[in-house]
Design a protein around this ligand. Structure first.
Ligand code: ASP
Ligand code: MG
Length: 422
């Protein structure tokens, strides 16, 4: 018999496996991660494992930076916080080797993963997959530090923003042409809504890239928003699954994929909510051309993202009210900017509210169904929930309501669209 040779058909697919902080929180859990890796290696995959820092480590490092220098230099911040991932990658490589699985660790600068120079929230500009491929050819598992890369012109370490290991994983999957990017986390997938609020929430088998992007942007915390953007652009099939399953019998998770791969389409796929919204209302603003520009121009200049905007049609034709939302973190800054610009804008008073929540329904089925949002407004009104602001787009709508009604609103919409477990 001829010796077994790898022909193109039998070359096994490449796989990226990413493990978050809780999955690598202790050396014991890292051993469990290694068993998941071992399973995929034995199945014949070339594996790149992307790891986060051990749970709580990044927060601790950020704390030290702030203690050392309250107005810290962002490039040195990156030097400090990138170290958490370096530790995990080394530990996992050690454990794998002890199990007899060839492995080596890779830091972002070694691959390299090239980034912009926006230290603290750098964007990935490119990933060189050649070094990793050479490692696969030697039969090695590549253990990659997530969250970090290098700004090549300056040679300095850069990090990708909190939660950035997800983005590292997807970028590597795209660069090496991986068949799938498996994101192992402490939940077993993406749910129709937050199961802590609605016990009837169910795990979705599949979610379209566009839907996941909206869900992540609108408050679902399971993946970093940028990782979903990247997965969508490069069509990286991304599978969210639990690292706490028995490595010998892994359970199903949620596949984030092209909408063509989704057979059973629902009108609404999920309900998300975000408490990270603050409302600002300007009363009796002069109703004349240029006022919106006078309000939103200075906010844009200060990098404050305005989300929902409502302008009331005035009845006296001289003044109007304008309501809009900004991220809670920017609320104080926005307020100060608007108070300073009061003369140019000309308004009677400024009112702010931070005890608000944005509840959103997302689903690609909305493209082809009319009246989806109207049904929700009725249902919320029946529960006595007042809507402060509304925005809609092709595949989602959002309402801004009092935070006290968060659970009631989420539950109401979840059952309205038939998402409650059978
Ligand atoms: N360790 C980093 C963080 O905590 C990156 C990540 O976990 O994705 O934000
Ligand atoms: Mg994360």
């Amino acid at each position: 018999m001829l010796p077994h040779r790898k022909t193109p058909e039998t070359v096994m697919a490449r796989l990226v496996m990413k493990f978050g902080g809780t999955s690598v929180a202790t050396v014991e859990r890292i051993r469990n991660v290694a068993r998941h890796v071992e399973r995929e290696v034995k199945a014949g995959h070339d594996v790149a494992v992307v790891v986060s820092a051990m749970a709580g480590k990044t927060n601790e490092l950020v704390g030290w930076v702030k203690e050392a220098s309250p107005l810290y230099d962002a490039a040195e911040y990156d030097v400090v916080v990138a170290s958490g991932e370096q530790v995990t990658s080394g530990l996992l490589a050690l454990v794998l080797k002890d199990m007899g699985i060839p492995a080596r660790s890779w830091q972002g600068w070694q691959i390299p993963i090239r980034t912009s120079d926006a230290h603290g929230s750098a964007r990935i500009d490119g990933v060189d997959g050649d070094g990793l491929a050479a490692g696969f050819a030697r039969g090695e598992v590549a253990v990659v530090s997530g969250f970090q890369g290098v700004h090549a012109p300056s040679g300095r370490i850069a990090t990708l923003g909190r939660g950035g290991s997800d983005t590292s994983a997807v970028a590597i999957a795209a660069a090496i042409g991986a068949e799938r990017c498996d994101i192992y986390t402490d939940v077993d997938g993406v749910y129709t809504t937050d199961p802590r609020i609605v016990t009837k929430a169910k795990r979705l088998d599949r979610v379209a890239f566009e839907e996941m992007l909206e869900m992540a942007s609108l408050g679902a915390k399971v993946l970093q928003v940028r990782s979903v953007e990247l997965a969508m652009v490069h069509k990286v099939r991304t599978y969210v699954r639990s690292s706490f399953d028995d490595p010998a019998s892994p359970q199903a998770g949620t596949l984030i994929c092209d909408e063509e791969e989704i057979v059973e389409q629902q009108i609404v796929t999920g309900i998300a909510y975000s408490k990270d919204e603050a409302q600002i209302t300007l009363r009796r603003v002069a109703d004349k051309p240029g006022v919106a520009a006078a309000i939103f121009g200075p906010l844009a200049d200060a990098n404050i993202n305005v989300d929902m905007i409502i302008q009331v049609v005035s009845d006296d034709t001289t003044t109007t009210d304008i309501t809009f939302t900004v991220p809670t973190a920017d609320f104080d800054r926005a307020r100060t900017i608007l108070e300073r610009a009061r003369d140019q804008i000309s308004y009677a008073s400024l009112q702010g509210a931070t005890d608000v929540v944005k509840v959103s329904a997302i689903g690609i089925g909305m493209r082809s169904h009319a009246g989806v949002a109207a049904k929700a407004f009725r249902a919320l009104a029946d529960k006595g929930i007042n809507i402060r602001a509304i925005t809609t787009s092709e595949i989602k709508f959002s309402v801004l309501i009092d935070a006290a009604y968060t659970e009631l609103a989420v539950r109401t919409l979840h059952s309205l669209y038939g998402l409650d477990k059978a």
